[in-house]
Design a protein. Structure first.
Length: 224
């Protein structure tokens, strides 16, 4: 699905030029001539907003201030203002970039693409934890050691996640069971011992290391 760009500017020729150019590049564009119309167009959930500062009525800075807490997409200001303080004010209000008129269409498109890529990376960024060459991806629920994947069952991974996110802390079997199965689970915490034994075997086979330490008479902890 093409990314959506909202163009907000009171210069019809500029809006038409930008819209046609970006559409040819494969983007879906919608336009607004002022702040009020832009508020209405937010229902299209744009992926990026090109926002003119010098508009009649509600200017771009006021609109940015109004919507920034509700709109997370990149906002790129379009303006003839070029002073350092103007740029600082725009960025402090939540803008992500500042494009000074007159501008190059290819450069503007390159900036748009860069911001959209950054936004995509942010959305897709993984929660990755490292522990002595072991990489645990909490988002993808995978474990790798030096590029080699180690397969774990769902419950085994749940236990790994619980322990590694509290590395160094000691938990008894009951606390681990509650953290993984839930407080209302009706079962026996004795299964924790069996699961941890299997986790250790798999980690030891691939890495030759022990990552989970038994604290005798107390419980288990993930070694830091």
């Amino acid at each position: 699905m093409p990314e959506k760009i909202l163009i907000v500017d009171d210069e019809p020729m500029l809006v038409s030029l930008l819209s046609d150019y970006l559409s040819d590049l494969g983007y879906f564009t919608c336009t607004a001539a002022d702040g009020k119309e832009a508020l209405d167009k937010l229902r299209f959930s744009p992926d990026l907003i090109l926002l003119d500062i010098n508009m009649p009525g509600m200017n771009g800075l006021e609109l940015c201030r109004m919507i920034r807490d509700e709109v997370s997409c990149p906002i790129l200001f379009l303006t003839s203002r070029a002073s350092e303080q103007d740029r600082i004010n725009g960025l402090l209000l939540g803008g992500d970039d500042y494009i000074t008129k007159p501008f190059s269409l290819p450069e503007t498109a390159a900036r748009i693409a860069a911001h959209l890529r950054r936004e995509a990376r942010s959305r897709n960024s993984s929660r990755l934890l490292a522990s002595r060459e072991l990489l645990v991806n909490l988002s993808n629920r995978t474990v790798h050691y030096k590029g080699e994947k180690i397969d774990f069952s769902r419950r085994e991974f749940d236990i790994i996640e619980f322990l590694i996110t509290h590395a160094g802390q000691v938990f008894d079997r009951e606390r681990i069971y509650e953290g993984v199965w839930g407080l209302d689970a009706a079962g026996d915490s004795a299964v924790i011992k069996e699961h941890i034994s299997k986790i250790r075997q798999k980690l030891q086979k691939t890495t030759g290391r022990d990552y989970i330490e038994t604290v005798w008479g107390v419980g288990y902890k993930w070694k830091q």
